[in-house]
Design a protein around this ligand. Sequence first.
Ligand code: NAP
Ligand code: MG
Length: 397
Amino acid sequence: MAKIAMKSPIAELDGDEMTRVLWKWIKEILIVPYVDLKSEYYDLSVDERDRTADKVTVDAANAIKRLGVGVKCATITPNQQRVEEFGLKQMWKSPNGTIRAILDGTVFRAPVIVKGITPLVPTWRKPIVIARHAYGDVYRDTESYVKKGEKAELVITGADGEKRHTVFDFSDCGGVTLGMHNTDKSIGSFARSCFNYAVDLKQDLWFATKDTISKTYDHRFKDIFQEIYDADYVDKFKAAGIEYFYTLIDDAVARVIRSDGGFIWACKNYDGDVMSDMVATAFGSLAMMTSVLVSPDGFYEFEAAHGTVTRHFRQHQSGKETSTNSIATIFAWTGALRKRGQLDGLKKLVDFADRLEKASIDTIEAGFMTKDLASIYEGSAVTLSSRDFLTEIASRL
Ligand code: NAP
Ligand code: MG
């Protein structure tokens, strides 16, 4: 059989531990036998990041910018324990944070849905994609204790002089206060990423804040979304047969629970942090959550939402077989290959991505799966090792 050709490469970002093992096997068993893979390889293992003083991460992010599409394996974010374990020169920053800062993107998370695993909200038949704004608000705030008798003020200085707003007069009792911010530029980038992704997926976009209470701060988010939508997206949404609507966060939460899924829910930073964990849990398993970073300039980076699955890697290192779920990592690959195919006009590559996803889902729906799914599957399940699960998918592909 002739392999499917590619025109331009994707950026391939390898990672750490168990997901690095899966990465190699996925390529060997499910990709390379069928696709004449063109990729620019970057090794983001913690050792290589240390050796290159993290230059490899920056190079990889720039490669995604240059090539338009990247696929990333999970990586270790060093903490003190990891610094000692690997003898690192310093506690390198999170690679995802570094890449996000360079691409200025929004992260979209979507669950892979299979028959036989019912979400905890049983009406959710289609995926709910959470788009989380990844800048500012309470994640970049300034906080302080305040003593009884003190007054907290918001002071803004600049060319227009000084503006002072009283936050609270703590005359009777001490307490706490905080100041936080966001920028029109970041909110605008977030809005564009969401609108572009909605058009891409042909799915409705919901956006919600608490603008009835936060009449300036949250209201600014609502206005910027509406201005950008009115200026650039009305026709594109109409052509795609989709809808943008804004509602109050309370109303959104109620509607999400009653919905059958199949839309993108854009959330402010904190809302997205909390709601993505709720939605992921309700859909069943972290191992079934995919994630894509979409930049406002139209660059895409696909990855799994979970980490390097260290506990399973320890088993693997000691020579034992593991039953680690590779679905989210496989879907990172199919996401990247499909996007590459769409950008380069390669129908066969797009078809291949569809077929590999279908073969993966069919395998689970036929009762063959890894341990994490077997424990929540409603039929009778055959539990496979990490590698046997991949060969089982290959047999259906
Ligand atoms: P994790 O790797 O997501 O794993 C936590 C637990 O979730 C596992 O022990 C396992 O549970 C279950 N799990 C996750 N993915 C699974 C899969 N594909 N198949 C089966 N079970 C799965 O999180 P962690 O252990 O907290 O973090 C490990 C390393 O990953 C850390 O160094 C962290 O920095 C890094 N990390 C990277 C990313 C990223 O690159 N995007 C994201 C998060 C964390 P059982 O052990 O009960 O089977
Ligand atoms: Mg969280």
